[in-house]
Design a protein around this ligand. Structure first.
Ligand SMILES: [Mn+2]
Length: 361
C-alpha cells in the first residue's frame, strides 16, 4: 500500500494587494500561507505518507525571492523520508530564469521537467508518477497527454498536473472523460481553487488556504491510499481560516440589542477567526445608526465588512405632512390607500421613497 497527500495552489508569497481587508491582516495572511505549508509537510510526516504531491502554483513567482525558495527547500528537506513531487503551474512556471532552477534540491524533492510528460519511478514503492511543469504562463492547447507513455499496469500509476478541466481554456484544457479513460490509479489536479472530487481516482485538492471572498467554503488537502489497485481518497479540511458571505435579514421591529445579537450569532463559521462579508437586507428602525452597531461588533470579528442594502423605516405621517404639496406627499397618500401589510406594496412604497428622497436628505 502507498499513502499520498495531495495539495497545490498554495500561492506562497502572495501579497494580497487588491483585497478588502487591512494591510495588517494581509500581512498575517501572508504568514499564514507559510504556516499552513509547514503544517501540510508535518502532517505528511505524521501520517507516514510515501508521497507529497504538489499540483502547481506552490508560489507566486513575481513576489518570490531567493530567500523564499530556500525556505521552501528547507521545509521540504526536513521531511527526508517523504518523496515530494512538484508539477509547476501557471503562477510558478519554470522559465529559463525560474527561481526553481536557482537552488539545489534535496534527494527527496523531485520537480517535473517542462519538455513533455515525464515519469518518475519509485521501484521500492512499486510506483510510477507522471507529471509536467509549465514553462509559460498560458497553455492553450494540450497535446501533452495524447501519447500517454505508461505501460506498466502492475505498478501504481499516478499523474500530477496543473490544468483546467474544460474544453476551452488558456490554462491547459483537459477533458474529464479523456482523463478517466487513462485508467490511472490517481490523477492529482491543481489550478481550480475549489476542491472537487470527480471520483476516487481524479480530484482537484483546491487551495489549502482560501485567498479572498471569491473562495468561500471549506478548504483543505486530500489524503489517499492505493492498495492493490484500489484507490481511496478523503478530503481533509485544513485551512486556518475560512471566508464567508452571509446575508442578515432585518426588520423594523428589531432594536439595537437585537441587531447586535444578529451579528454575533451569524449562522456559519467562527467570528473570532474567519473572514466575513455580511449583507444586510430589510428594514431598519429610522433612529438606529448602523455605523454604531458595526463599531460595537467589529471587535468580536477577526474581519468584518458590510454591504448595506437596508431600507430606513420612515415616519410616514410626518413625511406626508411635510410634503403635502409635492410628489412625495402624493406618493405616500396613494400607497397608503393600498394594503401595506402586503409586503410587495410596502416594498414598493419604501423603494419609491428611497428614490424620491435621495437628493433631498
Ligand atoms: Mn492557483
Amino acid at each position: 500500500m502507498i499513502r499520498f497527500i495531495h495539495t497545490g495552489d498554495l500561492h506562497l508569497g502572495l501579497q494580497f494587494k487588491n483585497v478588502s481587508f487591512s494591510s495588517e491582516i494581509a500581512m498575517d495572511r501572508r504568514r499564514e500561507l507559510w504556516e499552513t505549508f509547514e503544517r501540510i509537510v508535518n502532517y505528511s510526516i505524521d501520517r507516514n505518507a510515501d508521497f507529497l504531491l504538489i499540483a502547481g502554483d506552490l508560489f507566486e513567482s513575481c513576489y518570490f525571492t531567493l530567500g523564499d525558495i530556500k525556505r521552501v527547500r528547507d521545509i521540504l528537506s526536513k521531511a527526508s523520508e517523504l518523496n515530494v513531487l512538484i508539477s509547476a503551474g501557471n503562477h510558478d512556471y519554470i522559465g529559463h530564469k525560474s527561481i526553481y532552477r536557482q537552488v539545489e534540491w534535496g534527494e527527496n524533492i523531485k520537480i517535473f521537467e517542462t519538455d513533455g510528460l515525464e515519469c518518475k519511478s519509485f521501484t521500492e514503492l512499486n510506483t510510477n508518477i507522471y507529471g509536467y511543469s509549465w514553462n509559460r504562463a498560458e497553455i492553450k492547447e494540450n497535446k501533452l497527454l495524447n501519447d500517454f507513455p505508461y505501460s506498466d499496469r502492475d505498478k501504481n500509476n499516478l499523474l500530477l498536473i496543473h490544468g483546467d478541466i474544460s474544453n476551452n481554456s488558456n490554462y491547459l484544457p483537459m477533458n474529464i472523460n479523456f482523463l478517466k479513460d487513462l485508467e490511472m490509479d490517481y490523477i492529482a489536479l491543481g489550478h481550480i481553487h475549489k476542491p472537487r472530487l470527480f471520483s476516487q481516482r481524479i480530484a482537484y485538492c483546491g487551495c489549502p488556504e482560501p485567498l479572498d471572498f471569491g473562495e468561500t467554503g471549506i478548504r483543505g488537502i486530500i489524503e489517499g491510499t492505493i492498495d492493490q489497485g484500489i484507490t481511496n481518497i478523503e478530503f481533509i479540511p485544513f485551512s486556518k481560516r475560512e471566508f464567508h458571505e452571509v446575508t442578515i435579514d432585518l426588520n423594523e421591529n428589531l432594536g439595537y440589542l437585537d441587531l447586535i445579537n444578529r451579528f454575533e450569532n451569524v449562522s456559519v463559521g467562527d467570528i473570532s477567526k474567519d473572514f466575513y462579508r455580511i449583507k444586510l437586507k430589510g428594514y431598519l428602525q429610522k433612529d438606529i445608526d448602523l455605523n454604531n452597531i458595526i463599531g460595537d461588533v467589529a471587535d468580536k470579528f477577526y474581519h468584518i465588512e458590510i454591504v448595506d442594502e437596508t431600507i430606513p423605516d420612515y415616519d410616514l405621517d410626518s413625511l406626508k405632512n411635510n410634503n403635502k404639496d409635492n410628489i412625495i406627499g402624493h406618493f405616500i397618500k396613494t400607497m397608503q390607500d393600498m394594503d401595506l401589510d402586503d409586503k410587495i406594496n410596502k416594498d414598493a412604497l419604501y423603494y419609491g421613497l428611497n428614490v424620491l428622497l435621495k437628493d433631498r436628505y
